[in-house]
Write a protein that binds this ligand. Structure first.
Ligand SMILES: CC(=O)N[C@H]1[C@@H](OP(=O)(O)OP(=O)(O)OC[C@H]2O[C@@H](n3ccc(=O)[nH]c3=O)[C@H](O)[C@@H]2O)O[C@H](CO)[C@@H](O)[C@@H]1O
Ligand SMILES: C=C(OP(=O)(O)O)C(=O)O
Length: 418
């Protein structure tokens, strides 16, 4: 199993090109099932989760090629409607195949993803919304078995809580349903907007994109299209935090500052000078140690849970103390005990972590437990005396493209051990 070895070094400097967003690419790949014709997706990151999505589409009978950031999907031969446990267990986003399969073919058997490191992550909102659209659903032998006679029917759906995945699943299903669907309390994350824009390019009729109320008038067919995936705001934020922690100065190219307002505001509070253009962000710490910040995660446009672990590390090495409150996932502080093994001064109680900054951490062997926790340990290693080895980096490979090469380009000493 691969590991990453990190040596502490100086301040990160230089520029890094941001990849396409994992969390936009995955739902949009699933939307390929809805296309009547060839579907071409560009700016697709080269990630384990993208490979898994391509495998899943192939397993349904689609022809899929993935080369140099472009995925081509020909869904015309889809003839199998089962998403098996072997694939779903490695990638929770597989649940996003449910809405498209059901809307286009009236049948879908999707393995329940099960719990994972960051929380139970139930899918009740996905299922309830589809039932409101006329689907008959039973959960049997670990599988969601969903059927509908004819087309799904438009419905008025009020979501009990804001869910990115449920909004995406229902949006895709509604695009081919009979009549109007209204999704209230919809997620407003930029990745949901990216999916909606792609569906519109396929001929879907959606209004309210980017708001909490989505109105979808179902159409009988959606065409293929060519669509470019948005830049990864979480990858961008991860490199910006790494630069802030190391007191460095970097430029992120092919980034989207408008999707990162909450994160950039916190980096400014931490003492960073931030400059932005249409598709770039520069951060300069002017050699200073960051100041600790208070963070509370919440649905977009508030501070993203996917940046919580990275800001924990920022606070670990900052001047002063900061409080981090996680409100989205019930078990998303798995990085805390690992950071404490590296000398971090942290108090964890329930959903709240109080972090008191220390000047340096010390290198240690640590275990990656989930995607962003892993990223936080790499950042910590950049400011830890001696050597840090991060084990179980298959989590990182799910969500960060060429992470070691990108850090190396910024002067970070991050090496993959095969
Ligand atoms: C592939 C992808 O895009 N993943 C992102 C997506 O995950 P994902 O779509 O799984 O996250 P959700 O927005 O659905 O989850 C938010 C909260 O709602 C709960 N919930 C969700 C669905 C449901 O049916 N019932 C329910 O109770 C979850 O347990 C969680 O507590 O959004 C999360 C929140 O921004 C991000 O951290 C993930 O990186
Ligand atoms: C939690 C994440 O992803 P996923 O929903 O794919 O597990 C993430 O991207 O941080």
């Amino acid at each position: 199993m691969d590991k990453l070895s990190i040596q502490s070094g100086g301040a990160l400097a230089g520029s890094v090109v941001i990849s396409g967003a994992k969390n936009a690419a995955l739902p949009i790949l699933m939307a390929g099932v809805l296309a009547d014709g060839e579907f071409v997706l560009t700016n697709v990151p080269n990630l384990k989760d993208v490979d898994t999505s391509c495998k899943l589409l192939r397993c349904l009978g689609a022809e899929v090629s993935h080369e140099a950031g472009t995925v081509r999907i020909d869904p015309s031969n889809i003839n199998h409607f089962v998403a098996p446990y072997e694939l779903v267990k490695t990638m929770r986003a597989s649940i996003l195949i449910l809405g498209p399969l059901l809307a286009r073919y009236g049948t879908a058997d999707v393995s329940l993803p099960g719990g994972c490191a960051i929380g139970a992550r139930p899918v009740n909102l996905h299922l309830h919304g589809l039932e409101q659209m006329g689907a008959k659903i039973e959960v049997k032998e670990g599988y969601i078995k969903a059927r509908v006679d004819g087309r799904l029917k438009g419905a008025h759906i009020f979501m009990d809580m804001v869910s990115v995945g449920a909004t995406e699943n229902l949006l895709m299903a509604a695009a081919l349903a009979d009549g109007e669907t209204v999704i209230e309390n919809a997620a407003r994350e930029p990745e949901v907007i990216d999916l909606a824009n792609c569906l519109v390019a396929m001929g879907a009729k959606i209004s309210g994109i980017g708001s909490a109320t989505l109105r979808i008038t179902g159409v009988e067919r959606l065409n293929g299209c060519e669509y470019r995936v948005m830049p990864d705001r979480i990858e961008t934020g991860t490199f910006l935090v790494a630069a802030a922690v190391t007191r460095g100065s970097i430029r992120c190219e092919s980034a989207d500052p408008s999707s990162l307002e909450a994160v950039l505001a916190k980096l400014e509070d931490a003492g960073a000078e931030i400059r932005t253009g249409k598709d770039w962000i520069e951060l300069d710490m002017k050699g200073k140690r960051p100041k600790a910040v208070n963070i509370k995660t919440a649905p977009y446009p508030a501070f993203p849970t996917d940046m919580q672990a990275q800001f924990c590390v920022l606070n670990c090495l900052a001047e002063g103390s900061g409080t981090i409150i996680e409100t989205i996932f019930e078990n998303r502080f798995m990085h805390v005990p690992e950071l404490m093994r590296m000398g971090a001064d942290m108090e964890l109680e329930g959903h709240t972590c109080i972090v008191h900054g220390v000047e340096r951490l010390s290198g240690a062997q640590v275990m990656a437990t989930d995607l962003r926790a892993s990223a936080s340990l790499v950042i910590a290693g950049l400011m830890a005396d001696g050597n840090t080895v991060v084990d179980r980096i298959y989590h990182l490979d799910r969500g960060y493209e060429h992470i070691e090469t990108k850090f190396e380009g910024l002067g970070g000493k991050v090496v993959r051990i095969k």
